[in-house]
Design a protein around this ligand. Structure first.
Ligand SMILES: [Zn+2]
Length: 560
C-alpha cells in the first residue's frame, strides 16, 4: 500500500527510536525450479514468497533494475502456467514510462569565485520542472519566514533570496520547516529561494532529499519557478557578508555563480499482464481483472538492526491495541526504547537495509500467481476471461495501474470488475484489533455496484469457515484513505466496480522487518481461494455486475 504522509513520519520516528544497526535472511539467492501444485496452498505461497521477498530482489523498487528482476520472475511463472501474454507487442510486459529526475552532473554553486560544497554547504530541491537561472544574480536577505516585515515580492525579482528560519514555528512543526510551495509562490519572480535551515535538518531527511525522484513522464510541464535550496548558516554568512541573525531585511550580498539543474533519465518499470481465456464464446470478450502490485520501496543505504526495530514496533503495537484510542504516550514510547536498548546491548545486531515487502505486496503478488495457476489447471474454465495484472510503481503513486487503465491492452469497457489484493498475509490478533484467522478488511465493494458487494457476501456465506469482514476503512472520509491508496482506485475512477481485499496495516508496514517469516500462510491461502471464488462467480454471471452508483471523474481527485 502507498504511504500516507502520516506513516512516513511514524516509520521514521520508530526507526530513529529503535536505534541503527540489519538482519539478513539466509536464503538461497538462485531461483530453484518451483514445484508448485495447481491448487492454492499455503506451502506454494510460502515457496513463492520466500523467493519474491528475498534480499536478492533488493526491495523491487519501480525505476530500478530490481523491478525488472522481480517482474521477470512473474513473467516466467505465467509463461510456465500457460497464460496468454497481454502486454506490449505480444509479451507479458507492459512498460510504464517512468523517469528519474536527479541533479545534473554539471550543477554547481559558488559565491563570487568561491565554490560551495554540494550536500554539505547547500542542498538543492527539485522543483519538478525548469527553474530560473541563478548565474550572476545578487543575494538579498528577505528576513525570517512568517515575519510581517519580510521582503516584498517585487523587491525579490531576479534576486537570490535568502530566508531565515521562522522565529515562531507553528506548534508541531520543526523549526527548520518553511513551506516550499508557499515560499516559491511568494517569490515566484526571484532567481532562487534559499532557506537557512540546513544545519538543523535531520540527517534522515537530508538523505531522503538527496535521492532522485521517480515519476511518470509526459505529465503537464509546470511553469518555470525559482530554484530552491537549503543553506547552512555559514554559507549564508558568506553570501550576505554577515550572519543572518544580524542582517536586515532588504540587505544585499554577494554575487552567485553557477547553475542548479535537474535532468530526467528513463527509469525501468513494467506491469505484468496475462490472460486466461474464458469458456463461453460470447462472454469471453469480457474480463474480470485480478491485481496486486509488483513493486515495493527498495533499500536504504544505512542499515538498521532488524531485531531492535521489531522489538520496538512490537511493544508499541501491543500498547496501541490495548489503549482505547490506539495511542502510545511519549512516556510509554520512552520506556519501550529503554527496554529495546537493553536488549540491543545483549544481542549482536542483525543488520538489515532491504525493505523486502513480504506483505506489501509480496502477499498479493504471490496470491494472484496462485489464483492464476489454479484457474489454468481447472477442468472447467469460467465463462468470462480473467485478466491478471501485476502493477508497478504503486508505492510511488499508483503509476502502473494509472498507466494500465489509461492505456489498457484490452478494451477498457470490457473489464466488468477489478479485484485488488494489497497486504493480505497478516491481520492476526496482535496486528489488528479484532484480528484473527478469519479477519479480512473490505474496501470499496459497494461504491459503484451494490451487486458486487452482495456477491462477495454471498460467496463468503457459502464458505466452510466464512471470513469476518471489517468494513470500517471503507467509511466515507475515513482518515486512513485506503480507498485512494492502492491500485483498485485507478479502475474505479473509470467506473469499473472494484473490491479491495486487505488484512490491514501492521507494525512491519514499510519497515525492513516486513519479511516472509512473519506472514500467516494459511490466512494468505484462504484469502487467495476466496478471491478465486469471487472471480469465478462474477465471471459466470449471466450479466455484468450492475453499476448502480455514480461514476467518479476519471481525472479528478480521489475522494475517500
Ligand atoms: Zn506499500
Amino acid at each position: 500500500m502507498q504511504a500516507a504522509a502520516r506513516y512516513v513520519a511514524l516509520a521514521a520516528l520508530a526507526v530513529a527510536s529503535a536505534g541503527r544497526a540489519r538482519a539478513q535472511s539466509a536464503l538461497p539467492l538462485k531461483h530453484a525450479p518451483l514445484a508448485t501444485q495447481t491448487a492454492i496452498t499455503a506451502a506454494d505461497l510460502m515457496t513463492r514468497l520466500y523467493l519474491y521477498a528475498d534480499d536478492s530482489m533488493m526491495g523491487r523498487s519501480a525505476g530500478t533494475e530490481y523491478n525488472l528482476k522481480a517482474t521477470a520472475y512473474i513473467g516466467s511463472e505465467v509463461k510456465r502456467i500457460g497464460l496468454i501474454p497481454a502486454g506490449d507487442s505480444g509479451s507479458y510486459f507492459q512498460n510504464v514510462p517512468l523517469v528519474q529526475r536527479g541533479l545534473a552532473g554539471a550543477s554547481h554553486f559558488a559565491i563570487d569565485s568561491v565554490p560551495l560544497r554540494l550536500w554539505e554547504d547547500y542542498l538543492p530541491r527539485d522543483q519538478g520542472g525548469a527553474t530560473h537561472p541563478i548565474d550572476n544574480t545578487q543575494a538579498v536577505f528577505a528576513g525570517a519566514w512568517g515575519d510581517s516585515a519580510m521582503l516584498a515580492p517585487d523587491q525579490a525579482a531576479g534576486k537570490f533570496v535568502v530566508i531565515a528560519m521562522s522565529r515562531h514555528p507553528n506548534p508541531g512543526q520543526p523549526g527548520w520547516f518553511v513551506p516550499r510551495a508557499g515560499a516559491s509562490t511568494r517569490y515566484k519572480n526571484a532567481a532562487a529561494v534559499a532557506v537557512v535551515s540546513l544545519d538543523s535538518m535531520p540527517a534522515q531527511l537530508r538523505g531522503f532529499f538527496k535521492n532522485p525522484q521517480v515519476m511518470m513522464s509526459g505529465g503537464p510541464t509546470p511553469p518555470e519557478q525559482p530554484s530552491y535550496l537549503y543553506l547552512t548558516a555559514a554559507a549564508a554568512r558568506q553570501l550576505l557578508g554577515r550572519s543572518p541573525d544580524s542582517a536586515t531585511v532588504g540587505m544585499t550580498g554577494k554575487t552567485v555563480r553557477g547553475g542548479l539543474n535537474f535532468v530526467e533519465t528513463s527509469a525501468p518499470a513494467r506491469n505484468v499482464v496475462a490472460i486466461l481465456r474464458g469458456s463461453d464464446p460470447k462472454l469471453r470478450s469480457e474480463y474480470v481483472a485480478i491485481g496486486a502490485h509488483n513493486d515495493h520501496i527498495g533499500f536504504d543505504h544505512s542499515p538498521l538492526d532488524h531485531d531492535s526495530i521489531r522489538a520496538f514496533n512490537d511493544a508499541e503495537r501491543k500498547l496501541e491495541l490495548a489503549s482505547p484510542n490506539h495511542q502510545v504516550t511519549p512516556e510509554q514510547a520512552a520506556q519501550i526504547k529503554v527496554n529495546v536498548d537493553s536488549l540491543h546491548r545483549l544481542n549482536p545486531p542483525r543488520r538489515d537495509s532491504i525493505f523486502n515487502g513480504a506483505d506489501d505486496d509480496g502477499s498479493g503478488t504471490t496470491a494472484v500467481l496462485e489464483i492464476a495457476e489454479a484457474f489454468a489447471g481447472a477442468k472447467v474454465k469460467p465463462k468470462r476471461s480473467i485478466i491478471f495484472v501485476w502493477h508497478t510503481g504503486e508505492e510511488l503513486g499508483l503509476f502502473g495501474s494509472q498507466y494500465f487503465t489509461d492505456n489498457p491492452t484490452i478494451p477498457r469497457d470490457s473489464i466488468v470488475a477489478q479485484l485488488n489484493m494489497d497486504m493480505v498475509g497478516r491481520g492476526r490478533a496482535d496486528d489488528e484489533s479484532g484480528g484473527g484467522p478469519g479477519y479480512l478488511q473490505l474496501i470499496g465493494t459497494r461504491r459503484l455496484s451494490t451487486e458486487l458487494g452482495d456477491v462477495i457476501e454471498k460467496v463468503n456465506k457459502a464458505r466452510k469457515q466464512p471470513f469476518t469482514f471489517d468494513y470500517q476503512f471503507d467509511a466515507a472520509g475515513h482518515p486512513e484513505q485506503y480507498y485512494c491508496r492502492s491500485d483498485h482506485y485507478m479502475y474505479a475512477r473509470y467506473g469499473i466496480p472494484i473490491a479491495f481485499f486487505t488484512t490491514g496495516s501492521h507494525r512491519d508496514y514499510h519497515q525492513v522487518t516486513d519479511e516472509p517469516e512473519y506472514i500467516d500462510y494459511d490466512k494468505l491461502a484462504h484469502v487467495a481461494q476466496f478471491v478465486y471464488d469471487v472471480a469465478t462467480t462474477v465471471a459466470n454471471l449471466d450479466h455484468r455486475v450492475v453499476v448502480d452508483k455514480p461514476k467518479p471523474d476519471p481525472h479528478g481527485n480521489c475522494v475517500q
